[in-house]
Design a protein around this ligand. Structure first.
Ligand code: SF4
Ligand code: SF4
Length: 205
């Protein structure tokens, strides 16, 4: 769905049932994230800069984008995860980082009853006809090239330690987390030659 249409739908059709929050995986773990409140503020707001100042909206930074709210919970077919993703990108542009107030999180007492069954999720996604499909043959896929993004999370982008033309072995370190930052090292998924290291490390096997 184009972003404009998705935003118009969010403003017009959110009924504030709060199912997105009741099933939100982060909310169930005890985080303050409440996607229905973000939808409400988003629907009522006219100025996006004002919305970004809102404490409820700032909680969007802890959203893991698991997709439960939009793929499973929302009865109106809205896309809270996608809106969260847009808001997170705006915060990132402003270099605003999540400021955790709580020192401890207490999981919601209902959490164990609100886990999503993969079978029901498949039905919800219209994929149930494939759910019990059995795989009788496995083949090993050997791609000619792989592209590995150097930023795969909200933390600091990894810094390439290889350059174009280098030969790398499978599992070799190809990008490392900068000192003093929160992030992750990246290793080569295949052996090959480095073609490019800008934004993605491209390896030709
Ligand atoms: S995508 Fe974010 S808001 Fe939606 S359920 Fe997952 S963690 Fe919660
Ligand atoms: S589940 Fe959908 S309709 Fe209900 S509050 Fe969340 S976004 Fe709005």
């Amino acid at each position: 769905m184009p972003i404009d249409q998705m935003l118009r739908q969010a403003k017009a059709a959110c009924v504030q049932c709060s199912y997105c929050t009741e099933l939100c995986s982060r909310h169930m773990l005890g985080h303050s994230l409440q996607p229905h409140k973000i939808m409400r503020k988003f629907a009522m707001g006219t100025d996006v800069d004002e919305i970004l100042e809102d404490e409820d909206v700032k909680q969007v930074l802890i959203c893991s984008e698991c997709g439960i709210c939009e793929e499973y919970a929302c009865p109106m077919g809205l896309q809270p995860r996608r809106i969260n993703s847009l808001l997170k990108a705006l915060y990132k542009k402003e270099a605003f980082r999540y400021n955790r107030k709580e020192t401890e999180h207490k999981a919601n007492a209902m959490r164990q009853y609100r886990k999503v069954s993969s079978e029901r999720l498949a039905a919800r996604l219209g994929l149930y006809q494939y759910y019990h499909l059995e795989i009788d043959k496995l083949i090993e896929l050997r791609p000619k090239t792989v592209a590995i993004p150097i930023q795969q999370h909200i933390g600091a982008p990894s810094r390439p330690v290889v350059k174009a033309g280098d030969a790398v072995c499978q599992d070799q370190l190809i990008a490392e987390c900068p000192d003093g930052s929160l992030g992750a090292n990246i290793h080569a998924s295949v052996a090959g030659t480095v073609l490019e290291t800008e934004e993605r490390i491209i390896l030709k096997g």
